[in-house]
Design a binder for this molecule. Structure first.
Ligand code: MIC
Ligand code: SF4
Length: 640
């Protein structure tokens, strides 16, 4: 059998459409996950669909993002999520339990299953051989309602791993090497599938670090084989019965191949402000550092923390910086306490944060003004840390720990002899912070708790035939959803309140935007390549829609954001000739003939008199959805 793992799993799940590259296929979804920053909206939408109980094999609602409780908003949202989970047959992971992706890997992810999550790092579960995709909250709620999830049938990029990592070099350096080669657009349209003799040198958490950050290449997802190592991991989690073997056929047919010799990989660092700007740590060694932050769904496994503890044992962190450590789950913390390694972290001077996203999403631990912050996270987008003029560098846990001792960016190989870590044979299992679903009869009795922060979803009207208005904002290439809808401790509490959160749209680029958009009764956004890369947050579509944005016209889109725009009735259009980007200025008056959304859509720049041809990649279903004003009204019609 010459199939890739991707093709095998997709074949088992396609319920509609043909397995032809670029053609839309509908997939049966086995599992879903949500987190609190996107979950409130996803469940408001699920409620609006009107289904009594989720129809998936397993759905989990995690609370890990908005854990700072500086007022009633975040805790209100958490109570809402808990009551929703009990009402609709969903597992609930209580605040304090850990980061969704780490927990899902430990307790629920299964090889060969499909998983969609309202978080762009859902592919973390690819480390265990699950076909896991990040999506907008509405797409996740539609999957919970039992409808299939649609993707363009992907190309498969085989990433052949040979050799073995050298001492002090880790999985994070592998994915940084891949980002160095592919950049933040190189994975678009692909599933990154790992194979080759190097695979067996990597444990499941290491594989998960790699699939987690594969998201930053723009890939649909990333996946590792499910082999003996996967089996061992599942057995150590007392989940051996979930193991199924998935390995690619000998002559598996990849659409493209990238080869990485693990023996040649060295410690790497992504420099501001993109995970795709990768250099060697050696090149930048000596850079003065004011903060080190260890954790996030990329690097918060027990293995990562043990390596950090080994480096910090008996040391004191540099006076020039502070160090925060957030573990991925209570299981990780439990082991660190049991082994005494938690003591090494505390004695060295680390500030131990709760098991949550924390500084990764700007929930506390913002760096000082103009600081250099070295982090084990996956994103270093402008302003995401909470400090607009801070410079964020992304590294491995080994590089971060070495740096925290010296106060300057340090190649961990300078630490001398590598001591290695001892992993437990069995993990400590304690699921008491998961609330399992209630029985249907018990569920019916649950009242949904809605604090004053939970505002109803705004209604959006059907799409008119002609769109008129001003080009309200013109932006460059690689605009991230952190530019469009910033996160952080101040803004995240409004995730369930669209009118309030819309006041922060494009705040890091132009804070006059929201008011201008409202004053002009909406208009258009003009952008470059890879518009909307990064997070899955659908607020980056809903909030602009609320401000009256009618269409976004760019050179190209990132996958999840494109789907989110369609879901909320904003027309995503691309320039037929990319040079036409120069023929629209901010402030120009524009008119677009939408009609039936034919292959070519005509735009008239009324200010200059120029006519511009636009294209799109919309399927017939997308067009139908746009016409009725978005996916929610469309789905409501289907379930009636
Ligand atoms: C992120 O890393 O940006 C997030 C926060 O996890 C997001 C989801 C969100 O915006 O709430 C993601 O990656 O999808
Ligand atoms: Fe949380 Fe950061 Fe991972 Fe997003 S990238 S899920 S904010 S830890």
């Amino acid at each position: 059998m010459g199939n890739t793992i991707t093709k095998t799993i997709l074949k088992n799940h396609i319920v509609e459409g043909e397995a032809v590259i670029g053609k839309e296929v509908a997939l049966k979804i086995d599992q879903t996950l949500t987190q609190d920053a996107t979950g409130t909206m996803a469940y408001l939408q699920f409620e609006a669909i009107g289904i009594p109980r989720v129809k998936t094999e397993l759905s989990v609602s995690y609370v890990d993002h908005n854990t700072l409780q500086s007022d009633f908003r975040n805790p209100d949202d958490h109570l809402y999520l808990q009551s929703i989970a009990q009402r609709f047959g969903i597992h609930f992971s209580r605040p304090g339990n850990g980061i969704c992706h780490q927990l899902h890997l430990e307790r629920f992810a299964k090889p060969g299953k499909t998983l969609i999550g309202s978080d762009s790092h859902t592919p973390t579960a690819g480390g265990i051989g699950s076909f896991a995709i990040g999506a907008g909250g509405l797409d996740v709620s539609v999957s919970m309602a039992g409808m299939p999830y649609r993707i363009k049938y992907p190309r498969v990029m085989g990433i052949k791993l040979t050799g073995k990592l050298s001492d002090w070099v880790s999985a994070k350096d592998i994915i940084l090497e891949i980002l160095r080669r592919l950049g933040v657009k190189g994975g678009v349209g692909y599933v990154l599938e790992y194979y080759g003799p190097g695979v067996k040198t990597l444990s499941v958490p290491e594989r998960a670090t790699i699939t987690n950050m594969g998201t930053e290449t723009g890939a649909t997802t990333s996946i590792f084989p499910s082999d003996e190592i996967t089996k061992g991991f599942l057995e150590a989690q007392e989940r051996g019965d979930s193991w199924v073997e998935f390995i690619p056929g000998e002559d598996a047919d990849y659409d493209k191949v990238l080869e990485i010799n693990l023996s040649e990989v060295e410690p790497l660092v992504a420099i501001p402000h993109s995970p795709g700007n990768v250099k060697t740590v050696k090149e930048l060694a000596g850079l003065k550092v004011q903060q080190v932050a260890i954790g996030s769904c990329t690097n918060s496994s027990l293995l990562d923390m043990k390596r950090v503890a080994g480096i910090l044992n008996g040391k004191t962190i540099s006076e020039s910086l502070h160090l925060t450590i957030s573990s991925g789950s209570r299981q990780v913390v439990d082991h660190l306490i049991e082994s005494g390694e938690m003591g090494y972290l505390i004695q060295a001077g680390a500030r131990i944060l709760e098991n949550a996203c924390g500084p990764c999403i700007g929930m506390g631990a913002a760096p000082p003004s103009g600081a250099v912050s070295v982090r084990t996270f996956n994103r270093n987008f402008l302003g995401r840390s909470g400090t607009k003029d801070a410079d964020i560098y992304l590294v491995s846990p080994e590089t971060a720990a070495a740096t925290s001792i010296t106060g300057i960016l340090t190649d961990p190989r300078d630490l001398g002899k590598y001591t290695g870590v001892k992993m437990p044979d069995k993990f400590n299992i304690n699921d008491n912070m998961f609330m399992p679903p209630l029985s249907p009869t018990e569920s019916e009795k649950i009242e949904i708790i809605r604090g004053p922060n939970i505002k109803p979803l705004p209604d959006f009207p059907p799409l008119p035939n002609n769109l008129e208005g001003e080009a309200l904002l013109k932006v460059e290439d690689d605009i991230t959803t952190d530019h469009i809808m910033p996160a952080g401790a101040k803004i995240l509490p409004f995730r369930s309140n669209i009118p309030e959160i819309s006041k922060f749209v494009f705040g890091v680029i132009d804070d006059t935007f929201p008011q201008r958009a409202l004053d002009k009764k909406g208009g258009f956004i003009i952008g470059g390549e890879n518009y909307g890369q990064g997070s899955s947050r659908e607020h980056a579509a809903i909030a602009p829609k609320y401000l009256g944005i009618k269409a976004v016209i760019v050179k190209s889109f990132a996958r999840i954001h494109l789907a989110n725009l369609v879901n909320f009735g904003i027309v995503p259009l691309t320039f037929k000739n990319p040079e036409d980007y120069d023929n629209i200025d901010q402030g120009d008056n524009i008119s677009i003939e939408i009609g039936n959304l034919d292959e070519i859509v005509k735009l008239t720049n009324k200010t200059s008199g120029l006519e511009i041809e636009l294209e799109h990649s919309l399927s017939d279903l997308d067009k139908e959805i746009l016409k009725v004003g978005g996916k929610l009204p469309w789905v409501k019609k289907q379930v009636k």
